[in-house]
Write a protein that binds this ligand. Structure first.
Ligand code: SAH
Ligand code: SF4
Ligand code: F3S
Length: 443
């Protein structure tokens, strides 16, 4: 068999896209390799959410050029959001590329590679296709899933936050038919998955329009809970504006829905939120959190935060810190604002100096570290339930997994009777950063 080397940047949706391309390429006779020097095909799935993500791709390709020079038959392709956004710039900078394809071409990867084999010159495929929606072919999966499987339920985004490239790189929202999602989940469960993580840039916009059989997001969750063998259910990411009362109720009703919610807030200032076009206020967000906490008291919350948005004053930045403290997030993904092509925020002056953005970022990170530790302390001395994901290389520890609140847990003991995919109990003895460490507490 020929060999394909694949590398993925960006979010979990890109990871899931790479997995689908792996499956399709397997059917075309390619086996995935971890060694780029053995590859007949190199496929890099790219991200363009921030400038840094873009730079990583260019430096990777700098290293690939000599391989192509040494072996002209090597096929080099770029997929994903950067490819969608910067097709001509990529081709100009790397004329040796064989193909450049956007996220909507993932399902056509076999056809594209076939065209290259037929001797066609560089193939560029970046049209949006409103019919495509992350279907996977009804073929057996290439490999076992591991304990946790990602399942795309909606593609694209219609929110157009002023800083964000996603609506331009992934196009308009399109949900998958529920029946197809259930079928894919059954397939993953048959291949060993215990936990299903539903994916989309905005999962709770699921089902709003365009489905032959309309199903709302919370109804989809109830449907998945009926599938035998699914032991844990999660979803990411949700937009506060699409968060419904029914979804809060789903947390109360569905045992396998884990008590964790990632709900990006981006800023603690109403003025900045408006400039970001997030379409809600801080008061509204806090009210939603209060409702959720009153129904689901031990829910763990995480968020995304951007610092240094155009015009953000010191006071507005401090409002973000205040909000983080008020909610007491278990975890935050924190970013310095990065101007992106095509986005409306490009019309605003990116006036916060780089050093100031970095300082603000460090302050948020420090605050979050403290909040994480405070939240972690609540687990000390307690037993938590862990889905084992893998054997860990951490010194003296045996296994690594996650608890329902989405904390990483490493623990020692149980080597003789435990394996990845098992759910077991662990006594937490220590917190180390974002990781809980402990000992096996028996079955
Ligand atoms: N759909 C998700 C976000 C996906 S992008 C949501 O709305 O919740 C992941 C995160 O990257 C965003 O939440 C935001 O915090 C960050 N991000 C997006 N564009 C950015 C930019 N131009 N500069 C800095 N951070 C950005
Ligand atoms: Fe980007 Fe906003 Fe859509 Fe999230 S909701 S993907 S931040 S446009
Ligand atoms: Fe990046 Fe595209 Fe995901 S821009 S974050 S890979 S949707």
């Amino acid at each position: 068999m020929k060999q394909v080397y694949m590398e993925t940047f960006g979010c979990q949706m890109n990871v899931a896209d790479t997995d689908r391309m792996e499956l399709l390429l397997f059917q075309s006779g390619y086996l995935r390799t971890a060694h780029v020097e053995d590859a007949d095909l190199v496929l890099v799935n790219t991200c363009s959410i921030r400038e840094k993500a873009e730079q990583k791709v260019f430096s990777l390709f700098g290293g690939l050029k000599p391989l192509k020079q040494a072996n002209p038959d090597l096929i080099l392709g770029v997929a994903g959001c950067l490819a969608q956004q910067e097709q001509s710039a990529l081709m100009a900078r790397m004329p040796y590329l064989d193909f450049i394809i956007g996220p909507d071409a993932v399902e056509s990867i076999q056809h594209i590679v076939h065209r290259i084999h037929q001797g066609e010159g560089p193939v560029v495929w970046t049209e949006f296709d409103a019919r495509k929606n992350y279907s996977i072919p009804e073929q057996p999966l290439v490999k076992d899933s591991g304990p946790s499987a990602f399942v795309n339920i909606i593609k694209g985004c219609d929110k157009f936050c002023s800083f964000c490239v996603v609506p331009y790189t992934r196009g308009r929202e399109k949900s998958r038919e529920a029946g197809e999602i259930y079928a894919e989940i059954r397939q993953w469960v048959d291949h060993g998955a215990k936990e299903i993580i539903l994916l989309g840039q905005n999962v709770n916009a699921y089902g709003k329009r365009g489905l032959d059989h309309p199903v709302a997001f919370h109804e989809l969750l109830y449907g998945i809970a009926e599938i035998e063998g699914v032991e844990r259910l999660r979803f990411t990411t949700s937009h506060p504006m699409d968060f419904t009362r029914e979804l809060i109720q789903a947390y109360c009703d569905i045992d396998i829905l884990m008590n964790h919610l990632h709900l990006p807030v981006q800023s603690g200032s109403n003025r900045i939120l408006e400039l970001m076009r997030r379409s809600h206020t801080i008061e509204w967000y806090l009210d939603l959190i209060a409702q959720l906490k009153s129904e689901v008291p031990d829910i763990a919350l995480s968020t995304d935060v951007i610092v240094g948005f155009p015009g953000e004053t010191r006071q507005e930045f401090e409002d973000t810190l205040k909000l983080m403290e008020q909610v007491g997030f278990n975890n935050s993904y924190m970013f310095a604002y990065s101007p992106r092509p095509n986005t409306p925020a490009l019309d605003m002056v990116d006036d916060i100096p780089h050093e100031e953005k970095q300082e603000r970022l460090q302050e948020t990170i420090q605050l979050q570290n403290r909040l994480t530790e405070e939240n972690g302390r609540a687990f000390l001395g307690r037993e938590v339930e862990v889905l084992i994901e893998n054997v860990t290389s951490r010194k003296g520890m045996s296994f690594k997994g996650r608890n329902p609140h989405y904390w990483s847990v490493v623990f020692k003991g149980g080597e003789d009777c435990l394996k990845p995919g098992d759910v077991t109990r662990v006594r937490v003895e220590e917190i180390s950063g974002h990781v809980l460490r402990g000992s096996w507490a028996g079955q």
